[in-house]
Design a protein around this ligand. Structure first.
Ligand SMILES: NC(=O)c1ccc[n+]([C@@H]2O[C@H](COP(=O)([O-])OP(=O)(O)OC[C@H]3O[C@@H](n4cnc5c(N)ncnc54)[C@H](O)[C@@H]3O)[C@@H](O)[C@H]2O)c1
Length: 274
């Protein structure tokens, strides 16, 4: 595989470590897209830590340079701005892109642009389940319509610091669970963009941004990042509760996100996809 990776932060580096440990043979290429000011550091880090992962390792700073390396799959692990600038040209070139910054698609104009870029290039935009699960069933039931989806995201208070939750909740001295946001998935993504990925994933798989109900909770007793949702459809009902451990490098990120992207890559390399 010729793998392109947009971003070289917490998720990208944890993912590359997992790939290095689990791949049976090295990748043909690993091309990492970084911000220009971080390129030298990334190059040194790649050479020191990931030399065994690919026959060729390169660092580039824009989509054109990435595409010159002819990646067969590109994974975005960088954020909303990187989705805007890098993902449309990659899709238009005919290359599939897996994006983890799914909350970016709450920007309706960007969602339209990505869909049309993928259609124009004959490429696929892949939205992995990320920190949540059961998305296969939700997306399958969605085809029959009539979905009701309610999502509740609970995290320890410190994981909400730096967000508007601080304006309504005393995060430092909180002693019991406090629900500080109730609304739909579009509003949740607008107000809490750094925590919008799960709500956006459920909305895109199921009932859409407006119809997906969201509650966000700061809970001192939360065992990690807890994602709960219930689905009612004319065909089936189910509930999910996932207790994710936060990633070592970022309390907002559930570490299972990394494994979800790892699955996408392994499914494209191995003889069976599951
Ligand atoms: N789908 C999910 O369930 C889920 C779960 C957790 C996190 N995420 C998303 O994954 C993304 C990455 O998370 P992280 O914890 O690795 O963050 P991070 O801050 O550790 O890493 C992001 C990296 O991207 C780089 N970057 C930023 N803008 C860039 C650009 N324009 N071009 C190239 N590189 C750029 C930064 O320099 C940084 O190295 C975030 O958008 C986060 O919201 C998704």
């Amino acid at each position: 595989m010729r793998l392109g990776m947009i971003g070289f932060g917490n998720i990208a580096q944890t993912l590359l470590k997992q790939l290095a440990e689990t791949l049976e043979a090295p990748l043909e290429l690993l091309a990492v897209v970084t911000l220009p000011e971080l390129a030298d550091d990334a190059e040194a880090h790649l050479a020191a830590e990931f030399a065994v992962l690919a026959d060729e390792l390169v660092v580039v700073t824009d989509a054109d340079a990435l595409l010159q390396r002819k990646p067969s799959l590109v994974v975005e692990c960088a954020g909303h701005a990187a989705v805007v600038s890098h993902v449309p040209p990659v899709l238009r070139s005919g290359t599939d892109v897996v994006i983890v910054s799914i909350g970016a698609l709450s920007d309706a104009a960007l969602e339209v642009e990505l869909r049309s870029a993928a259609a124009a290039g004959g490429a696929r935009l892949v939205l992995p389940a990320g920190a949540v699960g059961g998305v296969d069933l939700l997306a399958a039931l969605g085809a029959a319509g009539g979905l009701e989806v309610r999502y509740r995201g609970s995290k320890p208070p410190r994981a909400w610091s730096g967000t508007p939750a601080e304006e309504t909740v005393d995060l430092v001295n909180l002693t019991e669970a406090a629900t500080f946001f109730t609304g739909n998935a579009r509003e949740a993504a607008r107000d809490f963009p750094k925590n919008a990925n799960v709500a956006a994933t459920l909305a895109l798989a199921g009932a859409g941004f407006e119809a997906t109900r969201v509650e966000l909770v700061a809970d001192p007793a939360a065992p990690g990042n807890v994602h709960e949702y219930s689905v009612t459809s004319p065909l089936a009902k189910y509930t999910m509760r996932i207790e994710n451990l936060p990633s070592a490098g970022n309390a907002r990120t559930s570490v299972s996100t990394v494994y979800s992207v790892l699955r996408e890559i392994r499914n494209r390399i191995g003889p069976v996809a599951i």
